[in-house]
Design a protein around this ligand. Structure first.
Ligand code: ADP
Length: 379
């Protein structure tokens, strides 16, 4: 349950009933601010003004059909946790209200600090789950749409090249047929790369083993996996001594790999320089002790308007620069970090390089044993 002050709307024409609900809320120990209205029209207007966590709506508001009111409120504010307050024996109506979008109901004469708290907490949790499901549905639809588009391109190319091979063979032009066969192979390789990246993106949420992970070791493995890219580009990868974290080693290797590969790819300097560090353990009064890591590069930078967008699947700002990619690298990083309960963001300006920051849960161990950070060229 959120620890911020809950904003609760009470819509009831009876002042005594409003006071009773408010008193029960305050007695329940919840940190809440209550706004009162006596008509549905005013309740709708209040929701336009303020983002309420929960609305407790009387079924019998004068001159209004209570169920119509719930429908209107739910349609306008689909993520608002609505609780209908009913009289004794109105359970059938309550059931109908829940079909129309109410998350729960309370019977007025049984309102106590305990029942009101339970109803509010349940309603808020239900609504936030519903919100998540709807967001995931949208994400999935968007993902499927872009995916179909991105796979259709190479599939159509393969069809064209294969037709060309047939035509050239019929003409007896073996050289041209072989050239077209080369294009088929290249396109199929690109398609395979896309499918592989997609697989990594979609399995980022999979069940994995969480354990103490030596981030220095993870970095070494990421470097080894990028050996060819680093060798060919002559990039310099430096790192401080990194603290251990609680996470999934393969996922953290993938994360470092994606960020380092991007630092190398999106660089216009003669030598790409990437530096990995863990600057500070976050304050102990935050929910969980965690470490703040950074991966800094001297690359082309990213304009401030794109700092959030680059973490969305299939976003590519630099397609024109002819760098290979799928637009899933950072989206995968985001999912991996969120899977670990952390957050990831970047600070950057065009032309001034980029620093990616991310947080990861600390391993519970003696903090004093962590050596002071010292800069060292990673092996
Ligand atoms: P991809 O590299 O496959 O295009 P990513 O999701 O890894 O996809 O990155 C999304 C986009 O963000 C890239 O296309 C690029 O435009 C930009 N980007 C990512 N990392 C960097 C970086 N280190 N410096 C500059 N731009 C970057």
């Amino acid at each position: 349950m959120k620890s911020h002050t809950l904003q609760i709307l009470i819509a009831d024409d009876d002042e005594g009933d409003r006071k009773q609900i408010k008193r029960a809320i305050l007695q329940s120990g919840m940190v809440a601010e209550c706004t009162e209205t006596s008509r549905m029209k005013d309740a709708l207007a209040a929701c336009d003004e303020c983002e309420f966590d929960c609305a407790i709506v009387d079924y019998r508001l004068p001159g209004e059909d209570g169920l119509e009111g719930i429908t209107a409120l739910h349609e306008r504010f689909p993520y608002l946790a609505i609780i209908m307050s009913t009289g004794q024996g109105d359970e059938m109506i309550a059931a109908e209200a829940m079909k129309r979008g109410a998350a729960d109901y309370i019977v007025k004469h049984r309102i106590t600090a305990i029942t009101v708290r339970r109803a509010i907490e349940n309603a808020i949790v239900n609504c936030s789950l519903q919100r998540k499901v709807i967001q995931q549905q949208h994400e999935l639809e968007n993902f499927a749409r872009v995916l179909a588009h991105d796979l259709r391109g190479p599939a159509a190319s393969i069809e064209t090249f294969a037709t060309r091979i047939g035509e050239r063979l019929q003409e007896g032009n073996l050289e041209k047929a072989l050239q077209a066969a080369g294009w088929v192979i290249q396109t199929a390789q690109r398609m395979n790369q896309l499918i592989e990246t997609l697989y990594r993106y979609t399995t980022a949420d999979a069940k994995v083993v969480f354990e103490a992970v030596d981030m220095n070791q993870a970095l070494e493995e990421a470097r080894a996996n990028l050996h060819q890219l680093i060798q060919e580009s002559g990039a310099s990868i430096t790192a401080e001594i990194l603290p251990p974290v609680f996470g999934s080693a393969p996922q953290l290797i993938q994360l470092l790999q994606n960020l380092i590969a991007n630092g190398v790819k999106y660089c216009d300097k003669p030598v790409a320089r990437i530096h990995v560090s863990a600057s500070s353990r976050l304050p102990f009064d935050s929910d969980e002790p965690s470490w703040l890591f950074s991966v800094a590069d001297n690359g082309i930078g990213i304009s401030k308007f794109e700092h959030t967008r680059i973490f969305e699947p299939f976003t590519r700002l630099t397609a024109k620069l002819n760098r290979e990619g799928t637009g899933l690298g950072l989206a995968t990083c985001k999912r991996l970090i969120e899977r670990h309960g952390g957050t990831i963001w970047c600070e950057s300006q065009p032309g001034s390089g980029t620093v990616f920051f991310f947080t990861l849960p600390a391993v519970h161990f003696d903090v004093d044993r962590i050596p002071e950070p010292e800069t060292a060229e990673a092996a």
